[in-house]
Design a protein around this ligand. Structure first.
Ligand code: ADP
Ligand code: MG
Length: 296
């Protein structure tokens, strides 16, 4: 069965696929897929009609492969496509579930660091120290990590990511305030606090990114940050949880804890997970195009 894929267009050359995804889209064409273009910039600024101008009526259901889309904008996209008889392979509710930590955390709780979260409607107004202390209380004291529902500021590890002691409310507030300041309007959903787990003696350890389609692992490869490393995670505990999540195309990033246990650092929707250059596009595209789109 031949399917079509939706890719972001190049901001400077709107008739072409964004160059970051160019090689992957070329491979998809080789495999017989039609390529349809989405104006990702227009979608993010709320001009949904412009964003889907190049999508033919009746297209799909479409797999998307491209830059992350905030869950609310993804819902706008789905609604606009429905208006012209086109559809996404992953409905908006399932996208949000895999993309945002509060969606996947309840399912993955046994295999991922303990976490708490609170929505943050206005990133210019981070929670007060007392509210953060109350939020962090269930995690107990000790080190932690701050992120939003989707991303961290891991490149600002000491100032906006790592919290030496979650019970030190002034210190916690300082890191969260800096995090929200740096995220600005890109802050996704709200604030997440996670208990720190030691994944290696050297601090940040190489992760494995596992790609799952309809509950089966289709590729086990490096994390995009460490494209030359090929950890071999034990998937026995994770597989049933991915199936329980009930999202068609997801990634799980796994790290080996100091005690040997493989832990899920984060889950993502496979449509917007970055593919390391060392992972052959066909490893993902061939199964996706074969999978078809059963109605759900
Ligand atoms: N709970 C944790 N314990 C220890 N290290 C963590 C924890 N959460 C995140 N990290 C480290 O921070 C990095 C970034 O966190 P992650 O949740 O993957 O955010 P991002 O979406 O920005 O990649 C991870 O790759 C891992 O090295
Ligand atoms: Mg990550």
């Amino acid at each position: 069965m031949t399917s079509a894929l939706l890719y972001p267009s190049d901001p400077l050359t709107p008739r072409r696929v964004d160059r970051h995804f160019g090689a992957e889209a070329a491979e998809a064409r080789e495999l017989g897929a039609g390529i349809i273009l989405l104006d990702h910039d227009a979608l993010l600024r709320g001009d949904t009609a412009e964003a889907i101008r190049r999508v033919p009526a009746g297209a799909g259901p479409l797999w998307y492969r491209g830059w992350m889309i905030p869950a609310g904008r993804y819902a706008d996209l789905a609604a606009a496509l429905a208006g012209r008889g086109a559809a996404l392979a992953v409905p908006p509710g399932r996208y949000r579930r895999a993309h945002e930590l509060p969606g996947w955390y309840p399912v993955f709780e046994p295999v991922t660091p303990a976490s708490v979260w609170t929505p943050l409607p206005d990133p210019a107004r981070p929670p007060a120290p007392a509210d953060l202390a109350a939020l962090a209380a269930p995690l107990g004291g000790g080190p932690g990590v701050v992120k939003d529902y989707v991303k961290s500021r891991k490149s600002d590890w000491d100032t906006a990511c790592f919290v030496p002691d979650l019970a030190d409310s002034a210190g916690l507030h300082r890191i969260v305030a800096r995090f929200t300041e740096l995220q600005g309007d890109d802050l996704a959903g709200g604030i997440v606090l996670r208990a720190y787990e030691t994944f290696s003696t050297a601090g940040r350890a190489a992760e494995a990114r596992v790609w799952w389609l309809d509950g089966a692992p289709i590729a086990v490869g490096p994390h995009p940050d460490t494209p030359e490393e090929h950890p071999e995670p034990d998937l026995a505990a994770v597989g049933p949880l991915v199936a329980a999540l009930d999202c068609r195309f997801v990634t799980t990033d796994l790290a080996r804890r100091a005690d040997g246990a493989w832990r899920v650092v984060e889950v993502g929707d496979g449509q917007v997970s970055d593919r390391p250059a060392t992972l052959e596009p066909a490893r993902l595209l061939a199964p996706l195009l074969r999978a078809g789109h059963p109605a759900r």
